[in-house]
Design a binder for this molecule. Structure first.
Ligand code: C2E
Ligand code: CA
Ligand code: CA
Length: 776
């Protein structure tokens, strides 16, 4: 139920209740009033009746006194001449209009009477007694069942010679006269000693007179006397007064008023009152409705305003002017709107920004790129990623990692125009939008200098190196999604080529697709027998003896054919597949060693391990198990680990290498000279061998620079007690030089390409047979 309706209901209920109580009380009072007034009227009516009787009595007395003083009458009484008396009485009675006349002797003996024979005592004892005591008497008596008002006076001449009396019947006429005077229904009722109705004087028609008879017993009990009450039927308010009680019965004066008549007055009043109340109620309802509406209106307005806010509209002004609670509500609503605004703003910001760095996120990058595409201006995207960022998290913890990313973000933001925007796309990937058609070499160089500068992370300097993939609009694509994807491809290329920067080149897409296919198919390559191992001989420089071979992996893809290891090894490392492949390789190598041994050839095999293999804590145990399984001595296996793999995390590498070394394995640093390690660092590592990278050997016979490098490397390595291997020996001149420089082992196409196991066996046999020939 609405607030307004409830308010209205409450107001109306209160008013209605108040009015009902008032109406009830008023009507009750009214009813009582009507009854009291009626009762009073009855009382007055009876008084009037009494008064009338007194007046009639006085008139009667006057008439009787004229008779009592009449000389002729006195003489007749004195003579006691009965017939004369009789006629004189009758005469006077007629003249006075009396209904009853009589004359009695001073003793009370009846001398003459209109109703009795003479000679008996006066038949009205109360009348007689009172007259004898006081000298005269006016009373109501019952004579032959009828009530009379009788006056009894003495006749004196001058002594008392008799008593003369006259009476009037209390008849219908009297009743009517009283009724007319008082407006009541007046009656006279005479009841006999057995309380039977003797006589009724009433102006009412006979049928209605009968109901007066029903009052008999109640009157006898004293009801209606001196107070008003309804008759047994409840139709008439009745009041009575006793006119006579004694000889012959009782006579009552009765006043009545019909309930119907009373109620007619009351009823009319009641209807008036109810009409007034109804009107007041209607008026109240109207006023209540109006004021409820007025009170509810601001609330309705506020509710409407709240709905509008919910729909996303913005209120500029307070929707209502009221103060108080409504005002408070309005203020709260406005505050709520502000809160919603702020939250929306925050949400919008969060939806477009990266939490950690505060840079725009991928979503906002996409939008901004789409906006730029809509304008005719060409622009360039640089996609950046941190090289080996996972290692930073692993080594220094996520706090430092996050801090590094934040610092990097600050640096990106500080890059001056033509930079237009910087974004964080994911973990360690960022994006710069540059307002030029292409990024020139100077710009890339400058960027690297800014971004790769060492960071001070809680006292220890960290140096991040970045790879950058570049993509240009409109040259490389016309949608944000395409540009971002090609930027990622360019970045991937840069990362895998370990280059600081790579611009997208047509065809990279296909290359990328090929890489996806390779990674997908590499998973089952070992299982499907697509992987094989080839072995390249390593010869002792001085003796030309075959002492060891390097195991190199080969993959023949069912559709793509031969895939170079430089291509798939990187993919395997990146996709985490390298672990399984290394396990397969170690297993195969050990089996092969055992097989060769059975053929009478005891060689050592050098195997290549990736950075991830060294980080695998289970590796030493697995290698030991593998050797034990084929009953091979640890000296039969040599581990080649590239300089760059060691340098990714030298401390950790040192621990791992120590553990490997403890199992008796020989360890070589592969591709030496391509990384940034110093010999001083090498000294602290448990390595026995150094493999000079083939880039220094391939043109050794032509390049004096290479010769200097190789010479000093060999010397220093020997000083550190390390054996030196040269790989990529392709010419006899190079071989001669290496021999002169005292390089320990040689490996290269000059001796042999990597060979399948059986071919190697043949090669070894031929080599041994033709030892001098091959050794030249
Ligand atoms: P790497 O460890 O430096 O292996 C030596 C590479 O030099 C081999 O290339 C070999 O064929 C080549 N080579 C040897 N002598 C000469 C020469 O006189 N002239 C020239 N031009 N090249 C020579 P390959 O077999 O293509 O292997 C490439 C790389 O793939 C390896 O470089 C190694 O890093 C990786 N690799 C190969 N097999 C494995 C493996 O089983 N495990 C791991 N982790 N890496 C492997
Ligand atoms: Ca190697
Ligand atoms: Ca190498």
């Amino acid at each position: 139920m609405s607030f307004r309706r409830r308010l209205l209901l409450v107001m109306l209920s209160v008013v209605m209740l108040a009015q009902l109580v008032t109406a009830g009380a008023t009507l009750n009072t009214l009813q009582r009033d009507v009854q009291e007034k009626a009762s009073h009227d009855l009382s007055v009516g009876l008084d009037v009746m009494q008064q009338l009787l007194i007046e009639r009595g006085a008139r009667l007395r006057h008439n009787v006194s004229i008779l009592a003083n009449d000389f002729g009458f006195k003489s007749a009484v004195a003579t006691e001449d009965t017939p004369t008396l009789q006629s004189v009485l009758a005469n006077h009675g007629d003249r006075a209009g009396a209904d009853l006349v009589f004359l009695a002797a001073p003793s009370g003996e009846l001398l003459a009477s209109s109703h009795h024979s003479p000679g008996i005592p006066l038949p009205y004892p109360e009348l007689w007694e009172y007259a004898r005591d006081t000298g005269e008497s006016v009373q109501v008596v019952i004579e032959a069942g009828r009530p009379y008002q009788v006056v009894l006076l003495p006749v004196r001449a001058p002594g008392l010679i008799g008593w003369v009396g006259m009476g009037f019947l209390l008849d219908d006429a009297l009743a009517r006269e009283i009724g007319d005077l008082t407006g009541l229904e007046a009656s006279v009722l005479a009841l006999g000693d057995a309380s039977t109705t003797l006589f009724i004087a009433s102006p009412l028609p006979p049928a209605q007179q009968a109901r007066l008879g029903t009052l008999e017993s109640a009157l006898l009990e004293g009801r209606y006397l001196d107070h008003s009450a309804y008759d047994d039927q409840g139709d008439y308010l009745t009041r009575a007064s006793l006119l006579h009680e004694g000889e012959g019965g009782r006579v009552y004066a009765i006043a009545q008023q019909s309930r119907a008549a009373l109620m007619a007055v009351y009823g009319e009043l009641r209807w008036q009152l109810l009409a007034i109340f109804a009107f007041a109620l209607a008026l109240t309802a109207l006023v209540a409705a109006l004021s409820a509406r007025r009170m509810a209106r601001p609330l309705t307005t506020l509710a409407d305003a709240a709905r509008r806010i919910g729909r996303g509209e913005r209120l500029t002004t307070r929707p209502v002017t009221e103060s108080g609670e409504v005002g408070l509500l309005a203020d709260t609503l406005m505050l709520m709107q502000q809160d919603i605004d702020r939250r929306e703003h925050t949400l919008l910001f969060q939806s477009r920004h990266d939490q950690l760095t505060g840079l725009g996120n991928r979503h906002s990058a996409q939008q901004d790129i789409d906006d730029l595409i809509a304008s005719p201006q060409p622009f360039t995207l640089l996609r950046l990623s941190v090289n080996g960022f996972r290692a930073i998290n692993d080594t220094f913890g996520y706090d430092i990692g996050d801090q590094a990313l934040r610092t990097l973000a600050e640096r990106l933001e500080a890059v001056p125009p033509p930079r237009m925007g910087s974004y964080r796309l994911s973990g360690d990937e960022f994006l710069l939008i540059i307002d030029t058609p292409a990024a020139d070499a100077g710009m890339i160089e400058n960027l690297h200098q800014r971004l790769d500068a060492p960071m001070d992370m809680q006292g220890s300097p960290i140096r991040l190196t970045l790879a950058i993939g570049e993509v240009r609009h409109p040259q490389h694509g016309d949608s944000a999604a395409l540009l971002l994807r090609r930027g990622e491809i360019a970045l991937d290329m840069a990362r895998h080529a370990r280059q600081p920067h790579q611009c997208y080149v047509e065809g990279f897409d296909e290359l990328h697709l090929r890489q996806l296919t390779l990674v997908r198919d590499l998973q089952g390559a070992a299982r499907n027998g697509e992987l094989t191992l080839v072995y390249q001989p390593q010869l002792e420089t001085l003796s030309g003896q075959l002492v060891s071979v390097e195991a190199l992996m080969r993959w023949r893809h069912p559709e793509l054919g031969f895939v170079p290891p430089d291509e798939f090894i990187v993919l395997a490392e990146r996709s985490g597949l390298i672990h399984g492949m290394t396990a397969w390789m170690l297993e195969t190598v050990c089996a092969q060693l055992a097989a060769w041994e059975a053929e009478g050839m005891a060689l050592a095999v050098a195997v290549n391990l990736s950075a991830q293999d060294i980080n695998d804590p289970g590796l030493p145990v697995r290698i030991a198990d593998c050797l034990a399984l084929h009953e091979l001595a640890p000296s039969r296996l040599r581990l080649e680990i590239t300089e760059s793999a060691i340098m990714q995390d030298p401390e950790h590498a040192r621990e791992q290498l120590n553990r490997l070394r403890e199992t008796g394995l020989r360890i070589a640093v592969d591709d030496f000279g391509t990384g940034y390690s110093s010999l001083a660092q090498l000294k602290r590592l448990p390595v026995q061998e150094l493999k000079i990278d083939k880039s220094f050997i391939l043109r050794l016979d032509e390049s004096p620079d290479d010769e200097i490098i190789v010479r000093s490397t060999i010397e220093l390595a020997h000083n550190l007690g390390l054996e030196v291997v040269a790989e990529g020996v392709e010419t006899s001149a190079s071989r001669a030089l290496l021999e002169a420089l005292s390089c320990d082992l040689l490996q290269g196409y000059l001796f042999s390409r990597p060979l399948p196991p059986n071919d190697l066996l043949s090669w070894a046999r031929a080599h041994r047979l033709d030892h001098t020939g091959v050794a030249l």
